[in-house]
Design a protein around this ligand. Structure first.
Ligand code: G1P
Length: 294
């Protein structure tokens, strides 16, 4: 039972500078993919992975995240009265997703600082981290990415991160992990570097927005110096923890949609639109007409 992953932390306090001007007044986590905000997909991935308790790290101008998950009895009553049962059930399904808590990150001290804010809430058990601006899908949809990482930690102990191979010219945008492949797609890490120059990168395996971490990470976050970009880096704390506990990377089969990136946001809307029975046929023929028009 010791390694069972029940809690998740979702950092969602960042400014969203890559998505201005919209991110000035609308949190990027609240941008819609079809009709649901990005944060809802992230919470649903956590819940489908067995998570029961979620802490969302927010900041000024992010109150709409709280509002989204808070029950709205008067709106529900109105929908019931009008017989809008489909909309009603879409609201009600939000009410019992998980226990969701919020904490404010006072200043933007980096991903490591955001995670450190979760220390008291998480306590002494392994926990998942899902970046609030990134939606992931897996080829085996019955096993969401966070579940796959939790399985690795429940088997091997220590911590685990999701990985995707990126082209050499993009390694400097990510945490890059080096190590030995011990089973197909499973890498036992021996190096972990935040945003390296291409010539200094241990591999082209980039951390992709999902982690399951040992609670020992908090001591290392306290200990490591401020890193890349003047921010406390989670990668640096994990590299430090690696000398005490195993860290595994999982090169997963699926896709990562980084909503902070404009092109990815548009692609994600098409991706999720094509999965929806109500709009897929019309969307598909619109896309075909665009292609035909060149
Ligand atoms: C963060 C992490 C980085 C990771 C990336 C994508 O960077 O620091 O290691 O690869 O998310 O998951 P950011 O995109 O916040 O600069």
């Amino acid at each position: 039972m010791k390694n069972v992953v029940r809690k998740a932390v979702i950092p969602a306090a960042g400014y969203g500078t890559r998505f201005l001007p919209i991110a000035k007044s609308v949190p990027k986590e609240m941008l819609p993919l079809v009709d649901r905000p990005v944060i809802q997909y992230v919470v649903e991935e956590a819940v489908a992975s067995g998570i029961e308790d979620i802490l969302i790290v927010i900041s000024r101008s992010k109150r709409s995240l709280e509002e989204h998950f808070h029950p709205a009895p008067e709106l529900e009553a109105e929908l019931e009265l009008k017989g809008r049962l489909q909309e009603l059930s879409s609201l009600r399904s939000l009410n019992n997703l998980a226990r969701i808590h919020y904490i404010w990150q006072a200043k933007m001290g980096g991903l490591g600082d955001a995670i450190l804010h979760a220390r008291d809430h998480v306590g002494n058990e392994p926990f998942a981290v899902l970046l609030g601006d990134t939606v992931t899908t897996t080829t085996d949809s019955s096993r969401p990415l966070t579940r796959q990482l939790a399985d690795l930690v429940e088997t091997h102990g220590g911590s685990a991160v999701a990985l995707q191979e990126v082209p050499a010219e993009k390694v400097s945008r990510y945490g890059i992990l080096g190590g030995t492949e011990i089973a197909p797609g499973v890498i036992r890490a021996n190096r972990f570097v935040e945003k390296p120059a291409p010539e200094a990168a241990p591999s082209r395996l980039a951390v992709s927005a999902r982690y399951v971490l040992s609670p020992a990470i908090f001591d290392h976050l306290k200990r490591v110096p401020v890193g890349k970009g003047g921010e406390l880096q989670l990668t640096d704390a994990m590299a430090s923890l690696m000398s005490e506990e195993p860290l595994h990377g999982l090169r997963f089969d699926g896709q990562r949609h980084d909503i902070g990136n404009k092109l990815d946001f548009i692609k994600a809307n098409i991706h999720f639109g094509l999965l929806r029975d109500d709009i897929a046929p019309a969307l598909r023929s619109y896309l075909q007409s665009l292609v035909a028009a060149g």
